[in-house]
Design a protein around this ligand. Structure first.
Ligand code: 9MJ
Length: 684
């Protein structure tokens, strides 16, 4: 590569990185996925290392983060807030470990067993995906809170941080240090983030792209009353200054110490020796990533002994004694090849994007959802565009952003189809509605199929073995149109289907027959009423007790049900006003679909009646009061202390002495995830 070309590329990379730093750090609105940013950054660093004379002092590689925004007072960090280097694979972590062991040399070997090579003890932490802040306490009182800013100078956000409920304004404990600087991450728990975005969407405000931006945006408010309303939490992860208190000699010990001073630390932090321990930790956290209450983007591995940390020191941007071991990226860039429209159970058109296949988090993705036509218009996404897609856990991949500056020439906005791609009926899109629908109703085979697939699904009527492929053939051959037709199917109807045999046909008929005996909540859910999911069906069934009572209920009666608002109530009442629906329900009953009385099943009673529950520690997805209310709605008594009569103790994070009491009395202890299971199994 010519030196001139390199210089040009370096210039361009720097300009791009500066732009993206600004979007990320100042506007809290990044354009690029982190992985793409990292790629640009690494490319620049690589070129600079090969052409050291092209390095300048203001290169983004010499800086830690973004600039402070001028609206806030600036704060100079006594000790710079550095960032962490990343590793992305077991091999890269092994290299990190080897380099650290080499540097520590004899120091590490002291006292080690001669047969096994000395290993480093690591403090392993989840890598919370929020905003790093620094908190300074003098004589136990919170004096100042600051963002990282560029690592040397940050913004004073004390007014906002004071509103975060779990940030101690005054330290607890026997002896309080004269001076303490604690650093950690402010995060917005996933549950709070979803709620915040729902509220924003309902008001027609812009939603936040992810919990990290929401947390950062909340802390960058000038008015602390806004931050106070945001569900923010602080997790401490390091102590950088401490006078007047004997500090523990290890990272793990320090964290326990700050916990005593009343800071929250993550409940997932573990200490262990060597790379195998670290790998097991990484895998365990990765497997549980989706069920953690906050978003994480990897784990942070720190050499535990502070004297080793001191020996290892720093390289320009980051400590040599710690590294972020990142999970595979959840975002990637690819090209939009086409958009197809799928017709759902209620006729809603869902645009599905066909993509140039791309690997995201280890999975190849070639389709993504665009949710609804509104989303297409809002993003103005066009065929040929470069787009950012996001895929997390088992969530369907989603297009989050269009990279407008990479748009090829000659593209045009995507039109909303005028006719249903399946039945040709007109497409309707009521004004102010995001969703466009096929007006064909149950005349549209796509809607027939989706309604039937839902009807037979496991959580609805549970017709075992009657998968999508069979439903499609049955509808295509006009053997069935409605759910009631299922119960008239005969063996000779089934035999002509592709890949059908005698035995399979018998099995399917038996499964259809068995499904006649169901429950009222299942039946109600199976009907596929818009807005009525499983939990709503259960609440409605419990409230009214019989199908006839539900069918007779008007909107205001329906709104008496827990969690049923005007939209749901209207949808239910409208459903039961349609002669066609009443006819199908009558036929289903005629053909033997039945359910036992809810009273006989004990479902209208309170399933946890007679049980005493105790809550301890803090929960990530709801407050203790909310948990208490839900348990009480199910009939449980919620007590403040544990006795041998206690049925169950729910232990949240930082659970206290009640946990020991539970052990003493041999009472069952469950964690938050198990509590959520109990609640959801009862429709809460
Ligand atoms: C996060 N983000 O959870 C650090 N971090 O330590 C943890 N970040 C860190 N540690 C030193 N757990 C610099 C950054």
């Amino acid at each position: 590569m010519q030196r001139d070309d390199v210089a040009r590329e370096i210039d361009q990379l720097r300009a791009e990185l500066r732009h993206h730093n600004y979007r990320y750090y100042v506007l809290d609105d990044p354009e690029l996925p982190d992985s793409e940013y990292d790629r640009l950054f690494h490319r620049l660093r690589d070129l600079e290392s090969r052409f050291p004379d092209l390095v300048t002092a203001d290169s983004p590689t010499r800086r830690v983060g973004g600039e402070a925004i001028p609206a806030f007072a600036t704060v100079k960090h006594e000790i710079p807030m550095l960032s962490l280097d990343n590793v992305f694979s077991a091999e890269e972590f092994t290299d990190f470990d080897r380099r650290a062991r080499d540097r520590l040399g004899d120091l590490l070997g002291q006292g080690a067993d001669l047969l096994s090579p000395p290993q480093i003890t690591y403090c392993c932490e989840p890598k919370l995906d929020g905003l790093a802040i620094s908190l300074v306490y003098e004589d136990g009182v919170l004096m100042r809170a600051a963002t990282r800013g560029d690592g040397v100078t940050g913004e004073d956000i004390t007014h906002n941080v004071r509103t975060i409920k779990n940030v101690p304004l005054r330290l607890q404990g026997e002896t309080v240090p004269r001076l303490l600087e604690v650093r950690g991450e402010v995060v917005m728990p996933k549950a709070g983030f979803l709620r915040l975005n729902e509220q924003a969407a309902a008001r027609g405000d812009k939603t936040f792209a992810n919990p990290r931006n929401a947390a950062a945006g909340s802390l960058r408010q000038l008015d602390p009353r806004i931050a106070a309303q945001r569900p923010l939490e602080f997790y401490a992860y390091s102590v950088v200054r401490c006078d007047g208190l004997k500090p523990e000699p290890s990272q793990y010990g320090l964290l326990q110490q700050v916990r005593q001073l009343s800071f929250r630390i993550s409940g997932e932090i573990r200490r262990g020796e060597g790379t195998e321990f670290v790998q097991a930790f990484y895998r365990d956290i990765q497997a549980r990533r989706d069920s953690l209450p906050y978003e994480i983007d990897g784990v942070v591995i720190k050499v535990d002994a502070l004297r080793f940390q001191q020996e290892l020191g720093f390289v320009s941007r980051a400590p040599r004694w710690a590294t972020a071991y990142k999970f595979p990226a959840q975002e990637a860039i690819t090209k939009l090849l086409a958009v197809h429209f799928q017709v759902g159970r209620t006729g809603a058109l869902t645009p599905v994007a066909r993509l140039e296949p791309v690997s995201v988090g280890g999975v190849t993705v070639s389709n993504a959802t665009l949710h609804n036509f509104d989303e297409i218009e809002r993003m103005d996404v066009r065929i040929g565009d470069s787009i950012v897609i996001y895929r997390a856990g088992d969530v369907i991949p989603k297009i989050v952003r269009v990279l407008a500056d990479r748009r090829p020439a000659g593209t045009t906005p995507l039109p909303l189809p005028a006719h249903c791609p399946v039945c040709g009926s007109d497409i309707e899109r009521p004004e102010d509605e995001a969703i466009a629908r096929c007006s064909g109703g149950l005349f549209c085979p796509a809607q027939q199929k989706e309604a039937l697939k839902h009807f037979v699904s496991r959580r609805a009527m549970d017709v075992e073995g009657l998968g999508d492929k069979w439903i499609e053939q049955l509808v295509d051959l006009a053997l069935i149109k409605t759910s009631a037709d299922l119960f008239c199917l005969k063996k000779e109807d089934l035999l002509p289907l592709e890949r059908m045999g005698e035995k399979l046909a018998d099995n399917l008929l038996r499964a259809i027959d068995r499904s006649r005996a169901t429950t009222l909540p299942r039946f109600l859910y199976a009907l596929g009423i818009r807005e009525v999911g499983e939990a709503t069906a259960l609440n409605i069934a419990r409230h009214f007790g019989t199908l006839d009572a539900i069918m007779a209920a008007d909107e205001s009666a329906l709104m008496q049900v827990v969690d049923v608002g005007p939209v749901v109530a209207e949808s239910i009442a409208t459903f039961f006003r349609q002669p066609h629906n009443l006819e199908v329900i009558a036929k289903l009953r005629e053909r033997g679909v039945h359910w036992p009385d809810l009273e006989a099943q004990g479902l209208r009673e309170q399933p946890l009646a007679g049980q005493t529950w105790v809550l301890t520690g803090s929960l990530g997805t709801m407050s203790r009061d909310q948990a208490k209310e839900k348990l009480q709605q199910l009939g449980a008594k919620v007590a403040g202390s544990v006795s041998k009569k206690t049925h169950c103790v729910v232990a949240g994070e930082a659970a206290g002495s009640k946990l020991a009491d539970a052990e003493k009395f041999g009472v069952t202890v469950i964690d938050e995830a198990a509590l959520l299971n109990v609640l959801s199994s009862h429709g809460m």
